[in-house]
Design a protein around this ligand. Structure first.
Ligand code: FEO
Length: 401
């Protein structure tokens, strides 16, 4: 059965939630699923904006046909060729051979790569920055926003009602569960962490390109943001723009510390607990402690984008970085995180090298400041170590000022 939603006169939501997915891009754990959003204009011309992932094909295609109600599909605008949005293009063209595909030259190249058997001759309309497509009452213009999140990404702006179809930007993990609009949810408690995790793990590396997009988009004319994942923004747009401003400039949202630890037998975990407790005693709010061997790495990367101070604790492992600490550091470096203050605690019994290795890996990142007090535990905490952790807690708290 089709499930279509009216966004405004002549514009439908025809996407779908996916609750069966466990890992986005087969690597990022998303226990609460994701939505694949697709939009359909019913104007003098009909126009579909992006399709949907293979996991929701049946629902998406039923929605499309119900939305069209027997009309032909004049245009398919492709804002992003990643298959979570583009998978159904082939099926749409089979059903609607009359459709013209509207996108930029790079997206059309990727289209031919992903669908090598599609005969696209005479079916495509290549657009450039600022080109305009009239549907009747609605006029679409196109903004090239490369690397937000792939090089072919563009955003589509409808000028009469101020609708920004923002591709991956402003997307979140988590299903919609019937609430299309962010203002119909308690966004900060239900979606903010997922939105941050989505940004940090998907777009995080491309902060400079997000900033470039902000400069060219008609930001003051935007009345609604319609992303390809997660809720639509029709109110409180400055709220989500402000979050993106922080994330894309690698500025922490909160002056606070989060502790990321690995522990084999509980001694490094003991240090994480003690330091967190000392920070709490000193009045620090909203401290998070993550066990990297059990938290998802996507969650750890997202949390690292939230706070100003990172505390990393791990034991030596066969004279190499502890595996999950190595993965965590690789991931935050991969996503370009910078401008953070870092405190380090290492552990080892006979040849402790974790401190040296963590410092070496962090030294490859510009803008990471390693605070002076560090601690290498020899097997288990001593009273002298407690004093050093106290000094570290004082140093972290004073670094927030
Ligand atoms: Fe939701 Fe970059 O795809």
């Amino acid at each position: 059965m089709d499930i279509i939603r009216r966004i405004e006169e002549g514009l439908l939501y025809i996407g779908a939630d996916d609750r069966k997915i466990d890992k986005f891009e087969s690597t990022i754990s998303i226990p609460n699923g994701v939505s694949y959003n697709s939009y359909l204009f019913l104007d003098e011309k009909t126009c579909l904006l992006d399709t949907a992932d293979q996991d929701v094909s049946k629902q998406f295609l039923e929605n499309l046909e119900a939305g069209l109600s027997g009309r032909k599909l004049d245009y398919l605008v492709i804002n992003h060729m990643e298959p979570d949005h583009a998978y159904n293009i082939g099926e749409v063209l089979l059903r609607h051979p009359e459709t013209r595909i509207v996108s930029n030259s790079k997206a059309l190249l990727f289209l031919s790569q992903f669908f090598p058997k599609l005969d696209l001759a005479g079916k495509t309309v290549a657009v450039k920055e600022g080109d305009v497509l009239s549907l009747g009452k609605h006029t679409l213009s196109f903004y090239l926003t490369p690397m937000v999140h792939w090089p072919e990404v563009m955003m589509t702006f409808e000028k009469e009602d101020g609708l920004l179809f923002s591709a991956d930007a402003f997307g979140t993990f988590n299903t919609l569960d019937g609430n299309l609009f962010a203002d119909d949810t308690d966004f900060s408690s239900r979606y903010l962490e997922s939105a941050r995790n989505y940004y940090a793990n998907i777009v995080g590396k491309y902060g400079a390109q997000v900033q470039m997009a902000f400069k060219k988009l008609p930001v003051s004319s935007i009345k609604m943001i319609l992303p390809l994942h997660g809720p639509i923004w029709r109110k409180d747009i400055p709220y989500i723009l402000d979050k993106y401003q922080h994330w894309s400039t690698y500025s922490p949202e909160e002056k606070a510390a989060s502790l990321f630890y690995c522990s084999m037998y509980g001694n490094t975990e003991n240090a994480a607990r003690l330091l967190a407790s000392m920070l709490g005693e000193r009045g620090m709010k909203d401290i998070h402690v993550l066990d990297l061997c059990r938290s998802g790495m996507g969650e750890a990367v997202g949390e690292s984008f939230r706070v100003s101070n990172l505390v990393l604790l791990a034991p030596t492992y066969n004279l190499t970085l502890y595996p999950e600490m190595d993965t965590y550091l690789t991931d935050i470096l991969r996503m370009g995180l910078k401008n953070r203050k870092v405190s380090l605690v290492a552990n080892g019994t006979w040849a402790p090298v974790e401190m040296k290795l963590m410092k070496e890996k962090l030294s490859t990142v510009p803008g990471m400041e390693i605070l002076p007090t560090d601690l290498t535990i020899l097997s288990a905490l001593t009273e002298k170590d407690r004093e050093v952790l106290g000094k570290m807690a004082d140093e972290i708290v004073s670094s927030l000022r």
